[in-house]
Design a binder for this molecule. Structure first.
Ligand code: COA
Length: 402
């Protein structure tokens, strides 16, 4: 076994996902099973090999009146294996993945599956209220919504650091560009800066095209003990760092909200454990629920200095000459962020996003991402996934290496 494998939490041997979109003909179980079956196929194993499941889900109890997601999944699968449902708002699947890694590392399980799932579009009229369960009572009392809370973060970042509306729009332009070749993406089409700036105002200064959409979908990951990974695949992807952290629920309870402490702490843990620095990262999945979050995450994870995220993104998008991906020139290397469109263009079925990010990194590192395969001058060896719940009440960061 290689040194990397011997200190890894777990090895990823397969991944699968559904399209993210308005999927009115599919139930929550249909989505979970579709993504799980795809993942089992890529790992070339059968469901009977899975010893436990870790499921990420946030609002099924509110949108489709189903609180016991584990029971629904067990019924659909006809299984009695342990199934743990993890809830961390939009970071539910990030936390499910984190706990699955611990389940393998502890020696309790050899092979497990992680599934993230959300049905959001069935009850469009209540989805904004349902999502607001991840805010504090006082924030809700004053009428805040999630776009409203992130609008506070965006306005403050613009005020403190001179980040411009155009720079923020470029995050969206970049992520829509990355979704063009993603057959699973909700919005696989390019947009222009001007369309973002002229899109309907949602919560000043956030506009429609700054927002991730409301989506249905599921994604699944198969993890195994690193010692046995080579039995299943020639190209295991190792989880070499796992970080998770929390913060005060409400923005007003924090000293500063132009960045997220949960991101900073989770990234620090994951990078330290994986023994990597920012310059080692080739691909990065950031939680761009609103454009400002890609800017603050780049800063919080120390890919750029505080306050420099806006100009950094601006320069990268300005210098794009028209290939598949818009590359950030990072430290001593290059980095592609949100390779398949991120939350903005791929879609954001909240409980499924954390595992979708892992699926994207896995495909890219194994080299099977097809038309959206990232093509850099260096080999892709290291990917990082960043998943946030609420406005940063919880967060997880994972380092994946091949
Ligand atoms: N990006 C691009 N296009 C979008 C979009 C988005 N985020 N949201 C909706 N659209 C498009 C729809 O496809 C539709 O296009 P069509 O007219 O060509 O069919 C049009 O805009 C109107 O869609 P609709 O569903 O009526 O929009 P809406 O006004 O109800 O919702 C938002 C728009 C931005 C309010 C909604 O997407 C939203 O709440 N997003 C944030 C979700 C969130 O908070 N997630 C948690 C993050 S922490």
């Amino acid at each position: 076994m290689t040194v990397r494998a011997s200190r890894a939490y777990a090895a990823i041997i397969g991944c699968g996902r559904t399209k993210f979109s308005e999927l009115w003909d599919d139930s929550m179980s249909d989505l979970m099973l579709d993504s799980l079956i795809s993942a089992l196929k890529t790992a070339d194993i059968e469901f009977k090999d899975i010893e436990a499941m870790f499921v990420g889900n946030f609002i099924a109890a509110k949108i489709i009146d189903q609180g016991l997601v584990a029971g629904e999944l067990a019924q659909s699968l006809g299984t009695h294996i342990p199934i743990f449902r993890l809830e961390g708002a939009c970071a539910s699947a990030g936390l499910a993945f984190y706990n699955a890694c611990l389940g393998i590392k502890s020696g309790k399980f050899d092979i497990v599956a992680v599934t993230g799932v959300e049905k959001m579009t069935d009850r469009g009229e209540i989805v904004t209220d349902a999502l607001a369960a991840a805010a504090s009572n006082w924030e809700r009392f004053y009428g805040n919504t999630f776009p409203g809370l992130y609008a506070n973060i965006m306005a403050r970042h613009m005020y403190e650091y001179g980040t411009t509306r155009e720079q923020l729009a470029m995050v969206s332009v970049k992520n829509h560009q990355h979704a063009i070749n993603n057959k699973f993406a909700q919005y696989p089409f390019p947009i222009k800066i001007d369309s973002v700036l002229k899109s309907p105002l949602v919560a000043d200064p956030i506009r429609l095209l700054d927002c991730s959409p409301v989506s249905d979908g599921a994604s699944s990951v198969i993890l195994c003990n690193p010692e046995i990974a080579k039995r299943y695949t020639e190209t295991p992807v190792y989880v070499t760092g796992a970080g998770a952290a929390t913060d005060a629920l409400a923005l007003f309870a924090r000293e500063d909200f132009t960045g997220l402490t949960a991101t900073k702490l989770a990234a620090q843990q994951a990078f330290t454990e994986a023994k990597i620095e920012q310059k080692d990262v080739n691909i990065l999945e950031l939680h761009d629920c609103f454009t400002i979050e890609e800017v603050t995450a780049l800063e919080d994870m120390k890919f750029v200095e505080k306050g420099e995220g806006g100009p950094f993104i601006g320069e990268a998008v300005d210098s794009f000459k028209g290939s598949k991906h818009i590359v950030y020139p990072c430290l001593s290397g290059e980095i592609v962020v949100n390779c398949g469109g991120g939350l903005k263009a791929d879609g954001h079925p909240v409980g499924a996003t954390g595992s979708r990010q892992i699926c994207e990194l896995w495909e890219q590192l194994v080299g099977i991402a097809g038309k959206k395969q990232v093509d850099l001058d260096t080999d892709l060896t290291t990917g990082v996934a960043h998943n946030i719940g609420g406005t940063g009440g919880v967060g997880s960061v994972h380092v994946l290496q091949i």
